[in-house]
Design a protein around this ligand. Structure first.
Ligand SMILES: Cc1cc2nc3c(=O)[nH]c(=O)nc-3n(C[C@H](O)[C@H](O)[C@H](O)COP(=O)(O)O)c2cc1C
Length: 314
């Protein structure tokens, strides 16, 4: 039985990756997780220049998730390539570099700088950050802009190119179709939902930007529905993201049609949960006599069930 999966020329030993921005540069938690046991590490979004991000308060916990407005704070591509990438490679990680930018030229610049270096499995392009004024959602909610960015970057790399989509649009399937048409190898679904929370006594917002990105267990059913919509729209692989905390959560995304999954907010509770989820997926495949991930991916049974028990209700 194998949990390995290859998309374009990137091979992942299992389908569990860490989600961008929730695992630093993959090197902050060596006491909790061996990154070589993960399918891959998706880096914090990297931009051309270092960014401080938004002013605090940048994070607030909600009853079943979290709001963030980090604003793409990162070390910039030069420091990433000089310091973070070599350390990640040494630790045995399969590295997917997430790129954020405020112009097509900036996306291209960062990607081309990365192309000069060994040890990058592929790219995830963040066209969906809800927490920045320039770029971010202004790209991610414009289908022509997402198509143009995909087309431009496709010309610049032979490596895995995954476009990370926002769920904050009416029809995510249309965006996925545009990415597929312009040569993307995969789409990552989804980035955070726009959310908001306030204190009633002070009548002030909980985060400084007032609204932010909402993530964690609360978004799982919404993210799953987005993956389902995208599955019906395109044939390229989907990387499923949104509220995954356990192997059962991850299996839902794979069964609905994702080829890989990412774990984000759950890492704030347990930074070592990735390999545990990967083991749980392997145990499920074993139990169900599956030899490869392809037997699991997209195996959703949508036929009408004669009884609740047959449908899975205990
Ligand atoms: C604190 C925080 C920072 C994030 N930073 C980024 C980022 O830099 N780039 C990006 O593409 N997504 C970023 N995300 C979004 C996650 O990668 C992921 O798409 C989202 O949180 C949904 O997954 P989850 O519910 O498992 O957290 C961030 C999420 C959180 C919670």
């Amino acid at each position: 039985m194998s949990t390995e999966l290859t998309i374009r020329n990137a091979t992942f030993k299992n389908p569990v990756l860490t989600a961008s921005g929730t695992f630093g540069y993959g090197l902050e938690c060596p006491a909790f997780v061996d990154v070589s046991q993960l399918g891959g590490v998706v880096t914090k979004s990297i931009s051309r220049k270092p960014r401080d991000g938004n002013p605090p308060q940048r994070i607030a916990e909600t009853s079943a998730g979290m709001l963030n407005s980090i604003g793409l704070a990162n070390v910039g591509v030069d420091v990433f390539l000089a310091e973070k990438l070599p350390a990640l490679r040494k630790a045995g990680a399969t590295v997917v570099v997430n790129i954020a930018a405020s112009s097509i030229e900036e996306y291209a610049y960062v990607l081309e700088r990365c192309e000069e270096h060994e040890g990058i499995a592929g790219y995830e392009i963040n066209v969906s950050c809800p927490n920045v004024k320039d770029g971010g959602l202004s790209f991610g909610t414009s289908c022509p802009a997402v198509a143009e960015i995909t087309r431009d970057l496709r010309k610049r790399t032979e490596k895995l190119l995954a476009m990370k989509l926002t769920p904050n649009v009416t029809s995510i399937g249309e965006f996925a179709r545009a990415c597929e048409a312009e040569g993307a190898d995969a789409v990552s679904c989804v980035n955070t939902f726009v959310g908001m929370d306030i204190f009633v006594d002070s009548r002030r917002p909980k985060i400084a930007t007032i609204t932010g990105g909402f993530s964690g267990p609360a978004i799982l059913p919404m993210a799953l529905a987005k993956v389902w919509e995208v599955r019906k729209a395109v044939n390229i692989p989907i990387i499923g993201i949104g509220g995954i905390c356990t192997a059962e959560d991850a299996l839902k995304f794979l069964i609905v049609g994702a080829s890989l999954i990412q774990v984000g907010t759950a890492l704030f509770v347990d930074p070592g949960v990735g390999p545990t989820i990967a083991e749980g997926i392997a145990a499920y495949m074993d139990r169900h006599g599956m030899k490869s991930l392809n037997e699991l991916i997209g195996s959703l049974d949508t036929s009408l069930q004669p009884s609740l028990v047959a449908a899975g209700w205990e």
